[in-house]
Design a protein around this ligand. Structure first.
Ligand code: GUN
Length: 295
């Protein structure tokens, strides 16, 4: 089999367009402009790029975008004060504190200080608990949510499928497993101590790779016709002293066997920001008891 390539970039553009249309409707019909505040502490270069991209995407969707850039030596108390202010601000419906934070700031304390109703990352324990218990009012972490949207689009009904999640992080692996369970998949979580990863992959109709190790999932492990979602973004040396991005899956080998596969880049990556906008839109609608838009 030769896999059909899941075009996450195109899907994310479509989703962002639908969100933008919904924002325009909310503005004109309800006088509501969804607002997202992003907090960046310090000068981490990768974080600066992410935060700039998030701000640009938020504006492009017609939302209010507010970015707070704080010096690397900002105290934890000052960050908590800012979060408290944003929690109270009626123009702000979503709050994202970019991670990692400088070492002197307790990430968990800051994450848990965000109002769960504005927690568009879905990292607050209230949202983690809601996701685990199947409460539809959860705000769901963006990357796994993006994977589910791509899977539903490519595969259709996921019910009864055997899904393997490789990786058990709080940001991707664990919420991914909860979302697949909610889709009625039979879910396995594999990790660094898993004894027979090749065998687990070979039984899976759906493989989600989220380990952060370049091309660790070998093509020959993939079951014929499986759907492969690659969350990994790894920079590796390339020809001419350059570098390039590859996923956690050996793409060429897996594409020869899979039914559907996401490329890196251009697969899951663009979905994360689109789902951040989706969560902000959802949070804004809930703040006014408006029905949750289907986007
Ligand atoms: N840093 C890298 N990824 C993320 C993310 O999804 N959310 C936040 N807040 N910080 C990040």
């Amino acid at each position: 089999m030769s896999a059909s390539i899941i075009d996450g970039k195109a899907f994310a553009e479509g989703l962002r367009g639908r969100i933008g249309a919904e924002v325009a409707r909310l503005k004109s019909e309800a006088g509501l402009t969804p607002g997202l505040a992003v907090v960046l502490v310090g000068e981490d270069p990768a974080s600066q790029v992410y935060v700039r991209n998030k701000g640009a995407a938020t504006e492009a969707a017609g939302m209010l975008s507010v970015t707070h850039r704080l010096a690397a030596d900002t105290s934890e108390a000052a960050v908590l004060d800012l979060v408290a202010k944003l929690n109270r601000d009626p123009a702000i419906h979503g709050i994202l504190v970019q991670l990692p934070l400088p070492a002197h700031i307790d990430e968990a304390r800051v994450t848990q200080a965000i109002d769960p109703a504005k927690d568009v990352d879905g990292f607050h324990l209230v949202n983690v608990g809601k996701l685990q218990t199947g409460d539809a009012s959860a705000l769901v972490p963006c990357t796994p949510q993006g994977c589910i949207l791509l899977l539903r689009d490519a595969v259709g009904d996921l019910s009864g499928k055997r899904a393997l999640v490789v990786g058990r992080s709080n940001i991707v692996g664990k919420p991914m497993a909860a979302l697949l369970l909610a889709e009625n998949c039979t879910v396995t979580i594999a990790h660094s101590r898993t004894q027979d990863l090749a065998g687990e992959c070979g039984r899976a109709d759906i493989v989600i790779a989220a380990v952060g190790r370049a091309r660790m999932i070998r093509g020959e492990w993939i079951r014929e016709g499986a759907a492969v979602i690659d969350v990994g973004i790894n920079r590796v040396p390339a020809e001419g002293g350059k570098t390039r991005l590859v996923g956690d899956v050996d793409f060429d080998g897996a594409a020869a066997r899979a039914g559907h596969i996401t490329p890196v880049p251009g697969g899951v990556g663009p979905m994360t920001i689109a789902c951040l906008l989706r969560n902000t839109l959802i949070a804004a609608c809930r703040s006014r008891n408006l029905p949750q838009p289907e986007v």
